[in-house]
Design a protein around this ligand. Structure first.
Ligand code: RNT
Ligand code: ZN
Length: 414
Protein backbone atom coordinates (compact mmCIF):
# COMPACT_ATOMS: atom_id res chain seq x y z
CA UNK A 1 0.00 0.00 0.00
CA UNK A 2 1.53 3.33 -1.00
CA UNK A 3 2.07 5.86 1.76
CA UNK A 4 -0.06 8.27 -0.23
CA UNK A 5 -3.02 5.87 -0.17
CA UNK A 6 -2.42 4.95 3.48
CA UNK A 7 -2.72 8.57 4.49
CA UNK A 8 -5.85 9.05 2.38
CA UNK A 9 -7.42 5.97 3.92
CA UNK A 10 -6.85 7.40 7.41
CA UNK A 11 -8.19 10.80 6.42
CA UNK A 12 -11.40 9.29 5.06
CA UNK A 13 -11.73 6.98 8.06
CA UNK A 14 -11.65 10.12 10.18
CA UNK A 15 -14.96 11.22 8.62
CA UNK A 16 -16.44 7.76 8.77
CA UNK A 17 -15.74 6.69 5.19
CA UNK A 18 -14.22 3.29 4.38
CA UNK A 19 -12.08 3.66 1.25
CA UNK A 20 -11.81 -0.12 0.83
CA UNK A 21 -15.59 -0.46 0.69
CA UNK A 22 -15.76 2.39 -1.83
CA UNK A 23 -13.17 0.72 -4.08
CA UNK A 24 -14.95 -2.63 -3.86
CA UNK A 25 -18.32 -1.08 -4.70
CA UNK A 26 -16.96 0.88 -7.65
CA UNK A 27 -15.29 -2.17 -9.14
CA UNK A 28 -18.75 -3.75 -9.53
CA UNK A 29 -20.41 -0.86 -11.38
CA UNK A 30 -20.69 -1.47 -15.12
CA UNK A 31 -20.81 1.49 -17.48
CA UNK A 32 -22.49 1.01 -20.83
CA UNK A 33 -19.93 2.32 -23.30
CA UNK A 34 -21.38 3.62 -26.57
CA UNK A 35 -19.83 2.08 -29.67
CA UNK A 36 -20.62 5.19 -31.74
CA UNK A 37 -17.78 7.33 -30.36
CA UNK A 38 -15.46 5.09 -32.41
CA UNK A 39 -16.74 6.09 -35.86
CA UNK A 40 -18.63 9.38 -35.41
CA UNK A 41 -22.03 7.59 -35.39
CA UNK A 42 -21.49 6.39 -38.96
CA UNK A 43 -22.47 2.73 -38.68
CA UNK A 44 -21.65 0.16 -41.33
CA UNK A 45 -24.60 0.17 -43.71
CA UNK A 46 -23.42 0.92 -47.25
CA UNK A 47 -19.99 1.61 -45.79
CA UNK A 48 -21.43 4.11 -43.32
CA UNK A 49 -24.28 6.55 -43.92
CA UNK A 50 -24.29 10.32 -43.57
CA UNK A 51 -25.45 11.23 -40.09
CA UNK A 52 -28.91 12.79 -39.89
CA UNK A 53 -31.65 13.15 -37.28
CA UNK A 54 -30.71 16.50 -35.83
CA UNK A 55 -27.43 15.30 -34.33
CA UNK A 56 -23.95 16.12 -35.52
CA UNK A 57 -20.42 14.83 -34.98
CA UNK A 58 -17.91 17.55 -35.70
CA UNK A 59 -14.18 17.22 -36.32
CA UNK A 60 -12.00 15.25 -38.67
CA UNK A 61 -9.39 13.54 -36.50
CA UNK A 62 -7.62 10.88 -38.54
CA UNK A 63 -7.91 7.14 -37.96
CA UNK A 64 -11.60 6.51 -37.36
CA UNK A 65 -12.85 2.92 -37.51
CA UNK A 66 -14.17 2.07 -40.98
CA UNK A 67 -15.47 -1.45 -40.47
CA UNK A 68 -16.59 -3.77 -37.66
CA UNK A 69 -13.14 -5.27 -37.24
CA UNK A 70 -11.53 -1.85 -36.72
CA UNK A 71 -14.23 -0.69 -34.36
CA UNK A 72 -13.86 -3.85 -32.28
CA UNK A 73 -10.07 -3.47 -32.18
CA UNK A 74 -10.33 0.16 -31.10
CA UNK A 75 -12.95 -0.63 -28.49
CA UNK A 76 -10.79 -3.45 -27.11
CA UNK A 77 -7.88 -1.01 -26.83
CA UNK A 78 -10.04 1.49 -24.97
CA UNK A 79 -11.36 -1.02 -22.43
CA UNK A 80 -7.84 -2.27 -21.73
CA UNK A 81 -7.21 1.22 -20.28
CA UNK A 82 -10.46 1.46 -18.33
CA UNK A 83 -10.76 -0.15 -14.91
CA UNK A 84 -13.52 -2.75 -14.38
CA UNK A 85 -15.92 -4.83 -16.46
CA UNK A 86 -18.35 -2.91 -18.61
CA UNK A 87 -20.94 -3.13 -21.37
CA UNK A 88 -20.98 -2.18 -25.04
CA UNK A 89 -23.90 -0.16 -26.31
CA UNK A 90 -24.68 -0.82 -29.97
CA UNK A 91 -26.96 0.71 -32.56
CA UNK A 92 -28.86 -1.22 -35.22
CA UNK A 93 -26.79 0.56 -37.86
CA UNK A 94 -23.78 -1.48 -36.69
CA UNK A 95 -25.11 -4.80 -37.99
CA UNK A 96 -22.47 -7.12 -39.43
CA UNK A 97 -23.68 -8.92 -42.55
CA UNK A 98 -22.14 -12.17 -43.58
CA UNK A 99 -23.99 -12.40 -46.88
CA UNK A 100 -26.57 -10.04 -48.41
CA UNK A 101 -27.38 -7.03 -46.25
CA UNK A 102 -31.01 -6.65 -45.13
CA UNK A 103 -32.91 -3.46 -44.45
CA UNK A 104 -33.56 -2.29 -40.91
CA UNK A 105 -37.06 -3.72 -40.70
CA UNK A 106 -35.71 -7.21 -41.40
CA UNK A 107 -32.76 -7.31 -39.00
CA UNK A 108 -32.23 -10.54 -37.08
CA UNK A 109 -30.09 -11.61 -34.11
CA UNK A 110 -27.69 -13.33 -36.50
CA UNK A 111 -26.71 -9.92 -37.87
CA UNK A 112 -25.27 -9.15 -34.46
CA UNK A 113 -23.60 -12.52 -33.92
CA UNK A 114 -20.16 -10.97 -34.40
CA UNK A 115 -20.89 -8.45 -31.65
CA UNK A 116 -22.21 -11.14 -29.33
CA UNK A 117 -19.01 -13.12 -29.87
CA UNK A 118 -16.94 -9.98 -29.23
CA UNK A 119 -18.89 -9.27 -26.04
CA UNK A 120 -18.39 -12.80 -24.77
CA UNK A 121 -14.69 -12.78 -25.59
CA UNK A 122 -14.19 -9.60 -23.54
CA UNK A 123 -16.70 -10.34 -20.78
CA UNK A 124 -18.89 -7.39 -21.77
CA UNK A 125 -22.63 -6.94 -21.36
CA UNK A 126 -24.59 -5.72 -24.38
CA UNK A 127 -27.14 -2.92 -24.78
CA UNK A 128 -29.00 -2.05 -27.93
CA UNK A 129 -30.66 0.81 -29.79
CA UNK A 130 -32.90 0.76 -32.83
CA UNK A 131 -31.60 3.34 -35.32
CA UNK A 132 -34.38 5.70 -36.40
CA UNK A 133 -32.06 8.14 -38.23
CA UNK A 134 -29.57 8.22 -41.14
CA UNK A 135 -31.89 6.22 -43.41
CA UNK A 136 -33.95 6.89 -46.59
CA UNK A 137 -37.19 5.75 -44.89
CA UNK A 138 -36.99 8.78 -42.59
CA UNK A 139 -39.42 10.99 -44.50
CA UNK A 140 -39.51 14.70 -43.73
CA UNK A 141 -37.81 13.98 -40.41
CA UNK A 142 -40.58 11.62 -39.29
CA UNK A 143 -40.49 7.92 -38.39
CA UNK A 144 -42.76 6.45 -35.69
CA UNK A 145 -44.88 9.62 -35.74
CA UNK A 146 -45.21 9.79 -39.51
CA UNK A 147 -48.66 10.40 -41.05
CA UNK A 148 -47.51 8.15 -43.93
CA UNK A 149 -48.61 4.67 -42.89
CA UNK A 150 -45.96 2.97 -44.98
CA UNK A 151 -43.22 4.93 -43.23
CA UNK A 152 -44.69 4.43 -39.76
CA UNK A 153 -45.16 0.69 -40.30
CA UNK A 154 -41.56 0.31 -41.54
CA UNK A 155 -40.24 1.84 -38.35
CA UNK A 156 -42.58 -0.16 -36.14
CA UNK A 157 -41.21 -3.31 -37.78
CA UNK A 158 -37.71 -2.00 -37.04
CA UNK A 159 -38.54 -1.54 -33.34
CA UNK A 160 -40.06 -5.01 -33.14
CA UNK A 161 -36.97 -6.51 -34.79
CA UNK A 162 -34.50 -4.71 -32.53
CA UNK A 163 -36.31 -5.77 -29.34
CA UNK A 164 -35.93 -9.37 -30.46
CA UNK A 165 -32.25 -8.77 -31.09
CA UNK A 166 -31.86 -7.22 -27.64
CA UNK A 167 -33.48 -10.31 -26.16
CA UNK A 168 -31.01 -12.52 -28.03
CA UNK A 169 -28.15 -10.35 -26.76
CA UNK A 170 -29.37 -10.80 -23.20
CA UNK A 171 -29.50 -14.52 -23.69
CA UNK A 172 -26.02 -14.62 -25.25
CA UNK A 173 -24.39 -12.61 -22.46
CA UNK A 174 -26.51 -13.77 -19.51
CA UNK A 175 -27.23 -10.15 -18.63
CA UNK A 176 -30.40 -8.11 -19.39
CA UNK A 177 -30.02 -5.76 -22.36
CA UNK A 178 -31.31 -2.22 -22.39
CA UNK A 179 -33.36 -1.43 -25.50
CA UNK A 180 -33.56 2.32 -25.94
CA UNK A 181 -35.87 4.12 -28.33
CA UNK A 182 -34.85 7.58 -29.42
CA UNK A 183 -36.41 9.21 -32.49
CA UNK A 184 -35.64 12.65 -33.86
CA UNK A 185 -39.20 13.21 -35.15
CA UNK A 186 -40.08 16.87 -35.16
CA UNK A 187 -40.51 20.06 -37.13
CA UNK A 188 -38.19 22.89 -38.04
CA UNK A 189 -40.98 25.41 -37.88
CA UNK A 190 -44.21 26.03 -36.03
CA UNK A 191 -46.57 23.07 -36.46
CA UNK A 192 -50.33 23.27 -36.91
CA UNK A 193 -50.98 20.05 -35.00
CA UNK A 194 -48.98 19.02 -31.98
CA UNK A 195 -51.12 16.14 -30.82
CA UNK A 196 -51.54 14.15 -34.05
CA UNK A 197 -47.86 13.14 -34.25
CA UNK A 198 -47.86 12.29 -30.53
CA UNK A 199 -50.92 10.07 -30.85
CA UNK A 200 -49.23 8.25 -33.73
CA UNK A 201 -46.04 7.85 -31.69
CA UNK A 202 -48.04 6.41 -28.79
CA UNK A 203 -49.71 3.93 -31.14
CA UNK A 204 -46.35 2.95 -32.63
CA UNK A 205 -44.81 2.38 -29.21
CA UNK A 206 -47.78 0.22 -28.16
CA UNK A 207 -47.25 -1.88 -31.26
CA UNK A 208 -43.50 -2.20 -30.68
CA UNK A 209 -43.95 -3.18 -27.03
CA UNK A 210 -46.77 -5.65 -27.60
CA UNK A 211 -44.47 -8.66 -27.49
CA UNK A 212 -43.25 -9.99 -24.12
CA UNK A 213 -39.54 -10.66 -24.44
CA UNK A 214 -37.21 -12.07 -21.81
CA UNK A 215 -34.10 -10.14 -20.82
CA UNK A 216 -35.10 -6.82 -22.37
CA UNK A 217 -35.23 -3.60 -20.35
CA UNK A 218 -37.26 -1.16 -22.42
CA UNK A 219 -36.76 2.56 -22.31
CA UNK A 220 -37.65 5.73 -24.18
CA UNK A 221 -35.40 8.79 -24.54
CA UNK A 222 -36.92 12.24 -24.79
CA UNK A 223 -35.36 15.34 -26.25
CA UNK A 224 -35.92 19.07 -26.38
CA UNK A 225 -34.91 19.78 -29.98
CA UNK A 226 -32.54 18.76 -32.76
CA UNK A 227 -30.65 20.71 -35.40
CA UNK A 228 -33.18 21.57 -38.11
CA UNK A 229 -36.00 20.52 -35.78
CA UNK A 230 -35.97 23.49 -33.48
CA UNK A 231 -39.68 24.21 -33.10
CA UNK A 232 -41.24 20.93 -32.06
CA UNK A 233 -40.12 17.49 -30.90
CA UNK A 234 -42.74 14.73 -30.84
CA UNK A 235 -40.96 12.68 -28.14
CA UNK A 236 -40.75 15.41 -25.53
CA UNK A 237 -39.96 14.99 -21.82
CA UNK A 238 -43.60 15.06 -20.76
CA UNK A 239 -44.65 12.69 -23.51
CA UNK A 240 -42.25 9.92 -22.59
CA UNK A 241 -42.49 10.39 -18.85
CA UNK A 242 -46.26 10.00 -19.12
CA UNK A 243 -45.86 7.03 -21.45
CA UNK A 244 -43.41 5.23 -19.15
CA UNK A 245 -45.58 5.95 -16.09
CA UNK A 246 -48.54 4.31 -17.74
CA UNK A 247 -46.72 1.30 -19.07
CA UNK A 248 -45.00 -0.94 -16.50
CA UNK A 249 -41.72 -2.29 -17.82
CA UNK A 250 -40.96 0.79 -19.90
CA UNK A 251 -38.55 3.27 -18.33
CA UNK A 252 -37.81 6.90 -18.97
CA UNK A 253 -34.18 7.47 -19.98
CA UNK A 254 -32.60 10.77 -19.02
CA UNK A 255 -29.97 12.18 -21.38
CA UNK A 256 -28.44 15.24 -19.73
CA UNK A 257 -28.04 16.97 -23.09
CA UNK A 258 -31.77 16.94 -23.73
CA UNK A 259 -33.09 19.70 -21.49
CA UNK A 260 -32.97 23.46 -21.33
CA UNK A 261 -29.39 24.58 -20.67
CA UNK A 262 -30.18 25.73 -17.13
CA UNK A 263 -32.07 22.57 -16.19
CA UNK A 264 -30.00 20.05 -14.23
CA UNK A 265 -30.64 16.36 -14.86
CA UNK A 266 -29.04 15.58 -11.49
CA UNK A 267 -32.05 17.28 -9.93
CA UNK A 268 -34.48 15.00 -11.79
CA UNK A 269 -32.92 11.69 -10.73
CA UNK A 270 -34.45 11.49 -7.26
CA UNK A 271 -37.90 12.29 -8.62
CA UNK A 272 -37.76 9.39 -11.03
CA UNK A 273 -36.31 7.06 -8.40
CA UNK A 274 -39.34 7.78 -6.24
CA UNK A 275 -41.53 6.15 -8.91
CA UNK A 276 -39.38 3.78 -11.01
CA UNK A 277 -37.21 0.82 -9.98
CA UNK A 278 -34.79 1.44 -12.84
CA UNK A 279 -33.27 4.61 -14.18
CA UNK A 280 -31.48 4.49 -17.52
CA UNK A 281 -29.12 7.39 -18.20
CA UNK A 282 -27.23 8.84 -21.12
CA UNK A 283 -24.43 10.80 -19.57
CA UNK A 284 -23.03 13.41 -21.92
CA UNK A 285 -21.76 17.00 -21.84
CA UNK A 286 -23.84 19.61 -23.56
CA UNK A 287 -21.92 22.80 -24.29
CA UNK A 288 -24.56 25.52 -24.86
CA UNK A 289 -26.72 22.93 -26.65
CA UNK A 290 -26.92 19.13 -27.03
CA UNK A 291 -23.40 19.04 -28.43
CA UNK A 292 -22.32 15.65 -27.02
CA UNK A 293 -18.84 16.69 -25.90
CA UNK A 294 -16.65 14.16 -24.06
CA UNK A 295 -17.72 13.72 -20.44
CA UNK A 296 -15.43 15.64 -18.08
CA UNK A 297 -15.21 15.51 -14.30
CA UNK A 298 -17.29 18.66 -13.96
CA UNK A 299 -19.84 19.76 -11.38
CA UNK A 300 -22.90 18.30 -13.09
CA UNK A 301 -21.23 14.91 -13.54
CA UNK A 302 -20.32 14.87 -9.85
CA UNK A 303 -23.86 15.84 -8.93
CA UNK A 304 -25.35 13.07 -11.11
CA UNK A 305 -23.06 10.53 -9.45
CA UNK A 306 -23.99 11.80 -5.98
CA UNK A 307 -27.68 11.36 -6.71
CA UNK A 308 -27.10 7.77 -7.82
CA UNK A 309 -24.93 6.83 -4.86
CA UNK A 310 -26.71 8.58 -2.00
CA UNK A 311 -30.09 7.29 -3.11
CA UNK A 312 -28.68 3.79 -2.98
CA UNK A 313 -29.39 3.47 -6.68
CA UNK A 314 -26.17 1.99 -8.07
CA UNK A 315 -28.17 -1.12 -8.97
CA UNK A 316 -31.11 0.85 -10.36
CA UNK A 317 -29.23 3.34 -12.49
CA UNK A 318 -28.24 1.94 -15.87
CA UNK A 319 -25.38 4.29 -16.63
CA UNK A 320 -24.65 4.71 -20.31
CA UNK A 321 -22.47 7.31 -21.97
CA UNK A 322 -23.52 9.21 -25.07
CA UNK A 323 -21.11 11.57 -26.77
CA UNK A 324 -19.23 11.70 -30.04
CA UNK A 325 -16.27 13.95 -30.55
CA UNK A 326 -14.56 13.57 -33.93
CA UNK A 327 -11.96 16.26 -33.22
CA UNK A 328 -9.69 14.23 -30.91
CA UNK A 329 -8.33 10.70 -30.74
CA UNK A 330 -11.49 8.61 -30.46
CA UNK A 331 -9.96 5.99 -28.17
CA UNK A 332 -8.80 8.70 -25.80
CA UNK A 333 -12.32 10.13 -25.91
CA UNK A 334 -13.70 6.80 -24.67
CA UNK A 335 -11.06 6.40 -21.98
CA UNK A 336 -11.43 9.94 -20.65
CA UNK A 337 -15.22 9.80 -20.52
CA UNK A 338 -15.56 6.42 -18.84
CA UNK A 339 -12.79 7.07 -16.33
CA UNK A 340 -14.43 10.39 -15.46
CA UNK A 341 -17.77 8.72 -14.87
CA UNK A 342 -16.02 6.30 -12.55
CA UNK A 343 -14.16 9.08 -10.76
CA UNK A 344 -17.42 10.89 -10.13
CA UNK A 345 -18.92 7.72 -8.69
CA UNK A 346 -15.87 7.18 -6.51
CA UNK A 347 -16.09 10.72 -5.16
CA UNK A 348 -19.72 10.04 -4.29
CA UNK A 349 -18.83 6.74 -2.66
CA UNK A 350 -16.25 8.55 -0.50
CA UNK A 351 -18.90 10.72 1.11
CA UNK A 352 -20.53 10.15 4.53
CA UNK A 353 -24.11 10.46 3.29
CA UNK A 354 -25.80 9.27 6.49
CA UNK A 355 -24.06 11.95 8.51
CA UNK A 356 -24.87 14.64 5.94
CA UNK A 357 -28.50 13.56 5.72
CA UNK A 358 -28.77 13.70 9.52
CA UNK A 359 -27.51 17.29 9.42
CA UNK A 360 -30.18 18.19 6.87
CA UNK A 361 -32.94 16.46 8.81
CA UNK A 362 -31.95 18.18 12.05
CA UNK A 363 -31.70 21.58 10.34
CA UNK A 364 -27.92 21.88 10.88
CA UNK A 365 -27.50 23.74 7.62
CA UNK A 366 -24.29 25.54 8.66
CA UNK A 367 -22.64 22.23 9.50
CA UNK A 368 -23.93 20.73 6.28
CA UNK A 369 -22.42 23.48 4.15
CA UNK A 370 -19.08 23.43 6.00
CA UNK A 371 -18.85 19.66 5.78
CA UNK A 372 -19.70 19.46 2.09
CA UNK A 373 -17.02 22.04 1.34
CA UNK A 374 -14.43 20.20 3.46
CA UNK A 375 -15.00 17.04 1.44
CA UNK A 376 -13.91 18.76 -1.74
CA UNK A 377 -10.23 18.87 -0.81
CA UNK A 378 -9.81 15.40 0.68
CA UNK A 379 -7.13 13.20 -1.04
CA UNK A 380 -9.47 11.50 -3.50
CA UNK A 381 -6.71 11.08 -6.11
CA UNK A 382 -4.86 8.58 -3.95
CA UNK A 383 -7.92 6.34 -3.73
CA UNK A 384 -8.47 6.59 -7.50
CA UNK A 385 -4.84 5.61 -8.16
CA UNK A 386 -5.15 2.62 -5.90
CA UNK A 387 -8.38 1.60 -7.64
CA UNK A 388 -6.63 1.72 -11.03
CA UNK A 389 -3.67 -0.29 -9.72
CA UNK A 390 -5.87 -2.97 -8.26
CA UNK A 391 -7.88 -3.23 -11.47
CA UNK A 392 -4.65 -3.58 -13.43
CA UNK A 393 -4.94 -0.46 -15.58
CA UNK A 394 -2.54 2.48 -15.95
CA UNK A 395 -2.67 5.63 -13.81
CA UNK A 396 -4.05 8.87 -15.25
CA UNK A 397 -0.61 10.05 -16.35
CA UNK A 398 0.27 6.76 -18.06
CA UNK A 399 -2.56 5.60 -20.31
CA UNK A 400 -2.19 8.28 -22.98
CA UNK A 401 1.24 6.90 -23.91
CA UNK A 402 -0.46 3.65 -24.86
CA UNK A 403 -3.09 5.42 -26.94
CA UNK A 404 -0.36 7.39 -28.73
CA UNK A 405 1.55 4.20 -29.52
CA UNK A 406 -1.66 2.62 -30.88
CA UNK A 407 -2.27 5.75 -32.93
CA UNK A 408 1.18 5.50 -34.50
CA UNK A 409 1.01 1.72 -35.07
CA UNK A 410 -2.60 1.32 -36.13
CA UNK A 411 -4.69 4.46 -36.60
CA UNK A 412 -2.15 6.41 -38.65
CA UNK A 413 -2.11 3.60 -41.22
CA UNK A 414 -5.83 3.75 -41.96
C1 RNT B 1 -29.58 11.95 -29.68
C2 RNT B 1 -29.70 10.99 -28.56
C3 RNT B 1 -29.34 9.55 -28.89
C4 RNT B 1 -28.12 9.43 -29.78
C5 RNT B 1 -27.61 8.02 -29.92
C6 RNT B 1 -26.66 7.88 -31.05
O1 RNT B 1 -29.78 13.24 -29.31
O2 RNT B 1 -28.97 11.43 -27.46
O3 RNT B 1 -29.20 8.83 -27.72
O4 RNT B 1 -27.08 10.23 -29.34
O5 RNT B 1 -28.65 7.14 -30.01
ZN1 ZN C 1 -28.75 10.07 -25.82
Amino acid sequence: MSGYYHEAKQKYAGIGVDTEAAIARLSAVPISIHCWQGDDVGGFENGGRALSGGIQATGNYPGKARCPKELMMDFAKAISLIPGKHRINLHASYAVFDGEPVDRDALLPEHFAAWMAFAKEHGLGLDFNPTFFSHPMVKENLTLASPDEEVRAFWVRHGIATRRIASAMAQATGSPALHNIWIADGFKDVPADRIGPRKRLKKSLDEIYAEELPGVIDCVESKLFGIGLESYTVGSGEFYLAYASGRPGVYNLLDNGHYHPTEAVSDKIASLLAFFDKLPLHVTRPVRWDSDHVVLLDDELKEIAKEIVRNDALDKALIGLDYFDASINRIAAWVIGVRNMQKALLLALLTPWDALRAMQDSYQFTDLMACQETLKTLPFGAVWETFCERMGVPHDDQWLKEVKAYEADVLAKR
